[in-house]
Design a protein. Structure first.
Length: 400
């Protein structure tokens, strides 16, 4: 089967962002399918293609995947209008490709939601089966965060969401709350499949654990976007709490980039939060080494109820694969996994004292931390990428 796969933010392992679509494409190739990956340029990602573009596009084979990269200057630092314009440009180019590229099935993955437009076009005008993967609920999340308030924009996004879900032959949700959100739009449950993010045990589990890096009793790492949704001010609040307690046994490293990074860095410097370190985004192999030298992985989000069961964070599964205990500062399915499997500590949102307490516990009780690390590794095996990619491939094959 020839699969036309749309994911605007596609990246290989050499990029500093999610490589889920790369892993999924590779799994489809191993099952005998052809994959044409249509993506955009994205700072932090690495599509594997090199050289100049021609008419705004470059194309080539990357590890067996036929990659079509649309030249787009996209970054997490971009404002709403610029991001929206980039999303629409990709959707327009993608729609043309959906009309002209030979294929047997179209698979589109959000975010952004506009990535579903080529799938709708291919389904409606060419009669191709269409599978839509939903990584975040839009416009629910931006509405809940207050990021988008314009009623006309919210109505247009809601209409597009309805079309993507209802016209797709099957929908894939990455988290339980996403599955429920799709069902609320009238999609039968038997057409919705939960296929969460996965633990790359081969990469992250293959690096010998160093731990206790930097001479600290506990070194905690957050690896992800530094955006409004991530609520990383809560980490700085906890660092300030630890400083006030005179605790010098905990260091915290924030790895990544995003719209709020400069503000976070300025605050850390202003308030003398020497326990906080900042690192640039890094390719997955380098991140694997970074996590191998850490003691704790931080799952941090802004206190927005829509996040609780509606996200499937890559970093969480990377922590599990690395055998890292996890501290989670928001309720929901991730916190429930952490608590029920004994692989970390869940603390209430908006409570810097509780987050500081959890970090101190990790620092003062290495035996408990080691036990949590073992449980984390075991939980990661339940989400082994080999199993998860097989699940997704089976959904696609059942749709054709």
């Amino acid at each position: 089967m020839r699969i036309l796969y749309f994911h605007q933010h596609f990246s290989t392992k050499d990029g500093a962002t999610s490589d889920r679509s790369y892993a999924m494409a590779r799994a489809l190739l191993r099952r005998g399918h052809q994959v044409v990956m249509v993506c955009g340029s994205y700072r932090g990602a690495d599509t594997g293609l090199r050289g100049p573009t021609e008419f705004g596009v470059r194309r080539g084979m990357v590890d067996g995947i036929d990659v079509v990269e649309v030249a787009l200057d996209y970054s997490n630092h971009d404002g709403f209008l610029r991001r929206s314009a980039t999303f629409l440009r990709f959707a327009v180019r993608g729609a043309w490709i959906a009309l002209t590229e030979p294929c047997d099935l179209i698979f589109a993955s959000s975010t952004p939601l506009t990535a579903g437009i080529p799938g709708i076009i291919g389904k409606a005008l060419r009669g191709r089966p269409f599978v839509f993967e939903v990584r975040d609920l839009w416009p629910e999340l931006p509405r809940a965060m207050g990021a988008i308030r314009n009623p006309a924009i919210l109505a247009a996004m809601s209409a597009l969401e309805w079309c993507c879900y209802r016209l797709a032959d099957r929908c894939i949700g990455l988290a339980p709350g996403i599955v429920d959100g799709i069902a609320r739009r009238g999609v039968p449950r038997d057409r919705i499949h939960l296929v969460p993010n996965a633990s790359d045990l081969e990469l992250f589990g293959g690096v010998p654990a160093g731990r206790r890096s930097g001479g600290a009793a506990c070194h905690a790492v957050f690896a992800g976007t530094h955006g409004i949704a991530n609520g990383l001010d809560s980490v700085l609040d906890a660092a300030a709490e630890l400083k006030g307690r005179g605790n010098d046994q905990v260091t915290i490293e924030l790895v990544g980039d995003g719209k709020m990074k400069a503000q976070l860095l300025a605050r850390a410097n202003r308030d003398g939060l020497t326990a906080i370190r900042f690192s640039s985004p890094m390719p997955k192999p380098a991140l694997a080494k970074k996590l191998a030298d850490a003691d704790v992985g931080l799952m941090i989000l802004a206190d927005v109820p829509a996040f609780y069961n509606g996200t499937s964070p890559n970093k969480f599964f990377d922590y599990l694969a690395s055998g890292l205990p996890v501290i989670c500062n928001y309720p929901g399915w991730v916190a429930e996994l952490v608590s029920s499997h004994g692989c970390g500590i869940a603390v209430p949102p908006g409570n810097p004292g509780a987050l500081a307490d959890a970090l101190e516990t990790m620092a003062s009780d290495p035996e408990r931390r080691a036990s949590m690390a073992l449980q984390s590794k075991r939980l990661g095996e339940r989400f082994d990428r080999k199993h998860i990619t097989t699940q997704l491939a089976e959904v696609i094959e059942a749709t054709a």
